[in-house]
Ligand binder design. Structure first.
Ligand code: FAD
Length: 354
């Protein structure tokens, strides 16, 4: 990914983004939509709650082989993501990662206004909902009263590393997120501990090695056990009761907890945007893949129409037809000529190959 695409943990809301198209969801179908919109001279911004592009392919099955992508007899979820990112490079899309689109409403001038959970606003002519099975949502650990601490001393993601400076942090989990954030926050934390129920990890061996080296050097504390109870008041955490491997419980003093227990997919705010829904999916026509609202399209796993198959290749086809109609909204006075990438010097120029 280019520096422009790389999410900066800590990106806060910036000035309002005014653009031609906003794509909600950077899964495989959202990514390919950038390509089809790009060929139609439409600039796109992508928003995803995840910290990386690729949707289900990157989050749920990065190493599993996919056998039904045309022209690629076998490709892993992660490799497909990398290839799509490569393919859309000429169109230089802007990624807004770690952000969930909360609100979508029509403005008086006919454009659409979107607002994310960090308050970032977008004004756009076209909206492409490529939200798949919904937004990935962190799993909440089964700790009584944890909701009272959320957003104050319990966090499921890190947006600004600086917010964690001089805190006494307990990270819970044994996957890549737990290990990566332990290593990233260690230099700014006042103290940091990693709590995991066993000494085997589902994380990259390199991260595990670095974590163990820091533990050896006394710069972080690796605790074997399970979190049982949170202590504190009014959202301010003071300690966590931990049950160690020997069954004994003890209090671990800390003011911040970051649990990384994996993610589940929930429809989330899509249900509140005033779009017609059918069994939590967005009905569309099969000519333009437009929703009940003009200028708002739905492609990929999130949409529904007779004969719909939740396959990546179907989402790619939907993206191509969506872009034809999107062009009519963005350039009402211009006709979009049908051309092949193999023979059109116009398209090849856009792709940077001519
Ligand atoms: C184990 C497994 C194996 C599979 N194998 C195959 C296969 O072999 N072949 C095949 O064709 N398909 C396969 N699929 C299905 C395929 O992965 C999906 O069809 C595909 O991922 C759909 O792409 P998408 O872009 O529509 O949605 P997704 O990949 O679900 O991406 C949607 C993105 O939108 C984001 N999002 C949603 N709501 C919001 C919001 N409000 N704000 C910000 N972001 C939001 C989500 O975080 C997510 O990243 C498989 C699926 C699984 C789980």
């Amino acid at each position: 990914m280019s520096p422009k695409d790389t999410p900066e943990p800590g990106n806060g809301a910036g000035p309002v983004v005014e653009t031609q198209a906003v794509i909600i969801g950077a899964g495989p179908v959202g990514l390919f939509a950038v390509f089809e919109l790009g060929l139609a001279d439409i600039e796109a911004h992508l928003i995803d709650i995840l910290d990386k592009p690729g949707g289900q392919c990157a989050e749920l099955y990065p190493e599993k082989p996919i056998y039904d992508i045309p022209g690629l007899p076998v490709v892993s979820g992660q490799e497909l993501t990398v290839r799509l990112l490569e393919q859309i490079k000429p169109f230089n899309p802007t990624f807004h990662l770690n952000q969930r689109v909360e609100a979508l409403e029509r403005c008086e001038d006919g454009r659409w206004r979107l607002v994310t959970d960090i308050g970032q606003e977008f004004l756009t002519t076209v909206v492409v909902v490529a939200a798949g099975g919904g937004s990935f949502t962190p799993k909440r650990p089964p700790l009584e009263g944890i909701e009272d601490f959320e957003g104050k001393s319990v966090f499921y993601s890190v947006r600004r590393i600086e917010d964690f400076r001089d805190r006494n942090i307990l990270i819970i989990g044994g996957g890549d997120s737990a290990l990566d954030w332990t290593l990233s926050l260690q230099p700014v934390a006042k103290s940091i501990a990693l709590l995991h129920r066993r000494d085997k990890f589902r994380a990259s061996p390199d991260s595990v090695k670095k974590m163990l080296e820091l533990t050896e050097a006394g710069k972080l504390n690796f605790v074997l056990g399970q979190a049982m109870e949170l202590h504190g008041s009014e959202g301010a955490l003071e300690a966590v009761t931990v049950r160690g491997q020997d069954g004994e419980t003890f209090r671990h003093a800390c003011d911040t907890v970051l649990p990384f227990f994996g993610l589940t997919m929930k429809l989330g705010p899509v249900a509140d945007w005033g779009l017609n829904l059918h069994e939590n999916l967005i009905p569309v026509d099969t000519e333009k893949f437009e929703t009940s609202e003009k200028g708002v399209f739905a492609i990929g796993d999130i949409n529904q129409y007779p004969g719909k198959l939740k396959l990546i290749l179907c989402g790619f086809h939907e993206a191509a037809l969506m872009a034809q109609q999107a062009h009519k909204y963005i350039y009402p006075d211009k006709e979009l000529r049908f051309e092949y990438t193999t023979s059109s010097s116009n398209l090849q120029k856009k792709l940077g190959v001519k």
